[in-house]
Write a protein that binds this ligand. Structure first.
Ligand SMILES: Nc1ncnc2c1ncn2[C@@H]1O[C@H](COP(=O)(O)O)[C@@H](OP(=O)(O)O)[C@H]1O
Ligand SMILES: [Mg+2]
Length: 410
């Protein structure tokens, strides 16, 4: 039946002064006009258009090509014999080859950009047979072959000193050389730094399972992040990007921590004490290379600790730039063991920092306090400094923006 229409005598005409029974809602105050930029975004926000899109595409191509080269070196050159003799030549060949490939691609697309790379060609000038092996390999994956002279010049483009001004790339052609030789984890790591801030990070992990709970399943993962736009992963085989997030646990003992396989790169005895203090019962996940940042970013582990074993060692920027950004953009926090942000503006090393504490957001303070206690580092009130400096606040804002922004296609 259709609803009964009110007869004219039943219709109420509202006069606010004549009855208290009739609910009266004052009209809402006029809305303040929202400040927006001409393209609709809030002031200070980055445009929701692909940011550093061209750079990202070239970085992905370079990392995939270099990864391919490393995998073919492994298949051809890493044998029982090289392993028992502790012969490092396969990693040397792959290191130089991967740096030549990546630098050649970067310099053809962004000829103005300097590069901070791990390798230089000095050793190749002294060993021509090694140089020729590297050249053969490089040309097997290059579209247009290069000469030995061109190849050494490409390798040496990586000699830039870094610093606070302008933009530059930083490259670790094989991070986790020891893992590479063992047939375990290693990574090709590339990042773009602008005015001391990491803006883009791409890490290729050829041996990392796409799903860590299926170690025998598909391997080969890329991790990709641009500052302010979130972190993504994809497999080597597929171009589909998946947004990644760090774990959302509230307490450190609900997650696992990862660290280097090499006791010479991190203090494993102190990390065990920290784990005990945090009531983390499981064993640590030991893994070589920046793959550790990747597993924290996608929530497989909640914590990555790198605890100094020497007073004089300075961490290298190429060992952390991409990984740090990927974890931050996935919602995590990355500091050194004193809670300071990693400073990429001071040259080829992180000389203003000591160690690394990378975790999901909610547990960072808890983990950092345990690190400070075990390593006997000063707490902020003792040192007089504030943990949250301007940079950290800015990074947090960028991560928030990433949260709001949607997915990005490559
Ligand atoms: N004493 C030390 N403390 C910390 N890191 C060190 C170190 N000596 C070497 N490294 C770095 O540790 C990196 C490997 O990291 P991880 O142990 O996490 O796999 C090495 O990168 P390469 O393998 O590219 O040389 C190297 O730069
Ligand atoms: Mg390295």
């Amino acid at each position: 039946m259709p609803p009964r229409r009110a007869r004219p005598s039943e219709t109420k005409y509202y006069d606010p002064s004549d009855s208290e029974d009739i609910p009266f809602a004052p009209p809402p105050p006029p809305k303040k006009p929202r400040k927006v930029n001409p393209d609709g975004r809030k002031p200070g926000r980055r445009p929701k258009v692909p940011y550093l899109d061209a750079e990202m595409k070239v970085a992905i191509k370079a990392v995939l090509k270099a990864s391919e080269l490393c995998q073919s070196v492994f298949k051809a050159l890493v044998t029982e014999e090289t392993l028992t003799k502790k012969d490092k030549s396969p990693v040397t060949v792959a290191d130089f080859g991967a740096q030549a490939i990546v630098n050649a691609l970067l310099s053809s697309s962004f000829p103005e950009d300097p590069i901070v790379g791990e390798e230089d060609s000095k050793d190749l000038h002294a060993d021509h047979s090694m140089r020729d092996r590297v050249l053969e390999l490089v040309n097997s994956v290059q579209e247009s072959p290069m000469t030995a002279d061109q190849m050494t010049k490409f390798i040496d483009l990586g000699n830039y000193a870094g610093g606070a001004e302008g933009r530059f790339w930083t490259l670790d052609p094989i991070d986790g050389t020891k893992g590479f030789l063992r047939g375990e984890q290693f990574a090709v790591c590339l990042a773009l730094v602008n005015n001391g801030k990491v803006e883009l990070g791409v890490i290729g992990c050829p041996n990392l399972p796409v799903d860590l709970s299926k170690p025998e399943g598909e391997r080969g993962c890329l991790f990709i992040a641009t500052r302010g736009y979130g972190a993504f992963t994809r497999s080597f085989a597929s171009e589909t990007l998946t947004k990644i997030k760090t774990t959302n646990v509230k307490n450190a003992n609900e997650t696992v921590f990862c660290e280097s396989v090499e006791a010479g790169h991190t203090s494993q005895s102190e990390s065990a004490q920290i784990a005990q203090m945090l009531h983390i019962s499981g064993d640590s996940v030991r893994m070589d290379s920046q793959c550790k940042y990747g597993v924290v970013a996608r929530g497989d582990a909640g914590i990555y600790l790198r605890l100094p074993v020497s007073d004089t060692y300075e961490e290298k920027i190429w060992d952390h730039a991409g990984g740090m950004l990927i974890v931050q953009e996935a919602g995590g926090i990355v500091t050194d063991i004193d809670g300071k942000p990693l400073d990429f503006s001071v040259g080829r090393t992180l000389k203003s920092n000591k160690g690394v504490v990378a975790t999901s957001k909610a547990i960072h303070e808890e983990v950092l306090n345990a690190v400070r206690t075990v390593l006997k580092r000063p707490f902020p009130s003792e040192s007089g400094g504030s943990e949250e400096d301007e940079d950290e606040a800015e990074d947090a804002e960028d991560a928030e923006e990433a949260e709001e922004s949607g997915s990005q296609s490559v």
